[in-house]
Design a protein around this ligand. Sequence first.
Ligand code: PEP
Length: 247
Amino acid sequence: MALKKLVAGNWKMNGSLAALDEIKAIAAAAKANPGADVAIGVPATLITPAASAAPGFAIGGQDCHWNASGAHTGCLSVAMLKEAGASFVIVGHSERRTDNHESSAEVARKAEAATSGSLMAIICVGETEAERDAGQAVAVVTGQIRDSVPVGSTGANTAVAYEPVWAIGTGRTPSTGDVAEMHAAIRAQLIDLLGEEGTGVRILYGGSVKASNADELLHVPDVDGALVGGASLKAADFVPIIEAGAR
Ligand code: PEP
């Protein structure tokens, strides 16, 4: 049975209080398109104002620490994100894996902390262009899944986002055949790891999703949603992607 699609935005280090009108418009579009789940990961400074501006709409963070508290300057715990108003958290985004040298083992600890603390985890994986060129994309990504997705994850508390690093913010996307091949491999790896529960974990595609390609990408087999960066910042760009997910 097809899973309900999740169309999630990742605002990265963008947005200020002036952007709350965009959140409100996106939340209104989410309400008008109940065929898809919709969520936005905002900078931590915007979690509380965004959650207040759009009650009932899924607002999330973009990273968390696995510890509940302690000497971790600049980090946020799952309980802090929750108290601020988050209902989910993105972990292991390739920008954090690169900029902050996060390993899959650390990503797994973050995801485990998130789900233990009742935040849904969106766990990101994806190969570099060099890895794809070397024919290693499937092996790299399934390895990241094995090492980043905690045993015990469920369809209710976890989604995975396949984001080829070379497609993020570049305007380039893999062919639908390559997306289908990767999502099928991820599904098989999730079932290997989680058993039957692996059939219910949504696998999002991310990397230069926009209004003009959303319909096609969102209807590739085993694509259960999208993680969208640049095109999630403005409701005018994001709403057509929500509509594509709801179709
Ligand atoms: C992302 O950062 O998760 C992303 C997919 O970015 P973009 O949509 O801008 O490529």
